[in-house]
Design a protein around this ligand. Structure first.
Ligand SMILES: [Zn+2]
Length: 100
């Protein structure tokens, strides 16, 4: 498993590639495969729309990909936040269940 490259002090094992998560109404998001690590260690702040979809929109399925195809029109999500991210308590559990 590759090492986290986000910050010099981290170096934890994280999955490589991305996960495409599909929700109802053909809503799709591309997230880093290591998103749970990002949430736990790097104050990852997903966009509000993504949090809403995870919490409320019907989950259809997900797929792990090494690279994201250019043809895929999915939204990319997340950035490192210097503030404490505003994430609902059950968000991480729901998200973990969606990551293959
Ligand atoms: Zn890390």
């Amino acid at each position: 498993m590759p090492k986290c490259s986000l910050s010099d002090g981290c170096k934890k094992d994280v999955p490589s590639g991305h996960v495409i998560i599909s929700f109802a109404d053909e809503q799709r998001w591309v997230v880093p495969a290591g998103i749970v690590h990002l949430l736990e260690y790097h104050s990852w702040q997903p966009p509000d729309d993504f949090i809403h979809d995870v919490m409320h929109r019907g989950y259809v399925g997900s797929e792990h990909v090494a690279c994201v195809p250019n043809s895929l029109r999915a939204k990319k999500t997340g950035h490192e936040s210097s503030d404490s991210p505003q994430i609902p308590t059950s968000f991480k559990e729901k998200l973990i269940a969606m990551i293959p």
